[in-house]
Write a protein that binds this ligand. Structure first.
Ligand code: UT7
Length: 335
């Protein structure tokens, strides 16, 4: 399914980006002290060296607020008219996270809601926020991906604990025209509930994942969705300057890049430092790369994600570059 962008000449344009990471870092060495694993296994199978993990004093709401505030301080000043928070780890089952985030940002009164689509949640949220703008419901929107996935695995499960970290990322959207830098292209989205058990967690309960099957689906779905998004935007894959794939495993993203013919030096990554941060992964990667200079004005940028559901998606944008982009709080600067 492709969500329309630029309906009636209105497009959603990215005009701010931000991110937040918990200050506490858990290295692979920290994990080898309590799990039957090795730094070599984790690095070679996943590309992960460390991850940021929130303590009890840092909720999904806190992370979302920090990332959103940074996105609002970045780029153009806007008055936010809608807020969508993508998360699979809300602080409470009810109510949703977004109204509390809005209130803490001084935005009480605007429409604010959560959306759960696993690690694809941010792309689903972008599509719905772009739809609000296209429909004229809002002139601007804040889109946040926030997750505390490190809390989901059973503490002794070596097959899942090393993979996940916590964080949040956010972008600000405003209405604009489809041909300006920052305008979102068509968003390709999909789901397949026959794979619902491949990544699952009861409420409450530990996360279970069939890693091998998920790996194969992730490569296939992200590659296909990326091709579809490029075609829908009228792009040739050879013209993609930056690939921004969901950060689940460096081997998955390397396969996707290879299938798309995107050279390694055009693929952006935070996986070594953050692990898999779920719905936060793509906006975190955008914020980090804009801050580091790996993402510059005019770069043709292809975003793609895959996650529990199963869900997947992809979209395009030409990076606006006017976003000032701070490094995520707590992030190392060694990449
Ligand atoms: O965000 C979307 C959701 N998640 C993903 O996209 C993750 C997708 N899957 C993956 O990233 C990979 O499948 C994993 C990293 C989870 C696993 O890597 P793999 O290369 O597929 O390993 P495997 O599951 O085939 O396991 C190979 C071996 C097994 O031992 P045996 O059965 O061969 O003796 C595992 O028990 O590695 C063992 N193993 C470990 N060994 C040391 C699994 N986890 C660990 C570990 N340390 N942490």
């Amino acid at each position: 399914m492709t969500a329309a962008s630029g309906v009636g000449g209105r497009a959603a344009v990215v005009c701010g980006v931000g991110a937040a990471l918990p200050p506490h870092i858990v290295s692979n060495a920290d994990l080898t002290a309590r799990l039957d694993t090795t730094d070599e296994w984790i690095r070679s199978r996943t590309g992960i060296a460390r991850r940021h993990v929130a303590g009890k004093d840092l909720s999904t709401t806190d992370l979302a607020v920090r990332a959103a505030a940074q996105a609002l301080a970045d780029g153009e000043p806007v008055t936010v008219e809608a807020l969508v928070v993508a998360t699979t780890t809300p602080d409470r089952c009810c109510p949703a996270t977004a109204p509390a985030v809005a209130t803490r940002l001084g935005l009480t009164g605007i429409p604010a809601y959560d959306l759960a689509a696993g690690c694809t949640g941010f792309l689903y949220a972008l599509a719905t926020a772009a739809g609000l703008i296209a429909a004229g419901t809002a002139q601007t929107a804040l889109v946040v991906g926030a997750d505390r996935l490190a809390a989901l695995p059973a503490p002794g499960d070596r097959t899942t604990v090393p993979l996940f970290g916590d964080g949040a990322g956010a972008v600000v959207l405003r209405h604009g025209s489809a041909d300006e830098a920052g305008a979102l292209g068509p968003v390709v989205l999909g789901s397949d509930g026959t794979g619902a058990d491949l990544i699952r967690a009861s409420c409450p309960g530990a996360l279970h994942m069939d890693g091998g099957d998920v790996f194969r689906h992730a490569v296939d779905r992200m590659s296909t969705a990326s091709r579809q998004a490029a075609i829908a935007a009228g792009w040739d894959l050879a013209d993609v300057d930056r690939l921004v794939p969901h950060q689940a495993n460096s081997r998955i993203t390397a396969f996707v890049a290879r299938q798309l013919g995107v050279p390694d030096d055009r693929q952006l990554s935070t996986i070594a430092e953050t692990g898999n941060t779920g719905a936060a992964s793509i906006p975190l990667l955008l914020a980090r790369s804009a801050a580091d200079g790996h993402l510059e004005r005019g770069h043709r940028t292809l975003l793609t994600a895959f996650g529990a559901g199963l869900t997947w998606g992809a979209t395009t944008l030409t990076w606006p570059g006017h976003c000032r982009s701070h490094p995520p709080k707590g992030a190392r600067r060694d990449r």
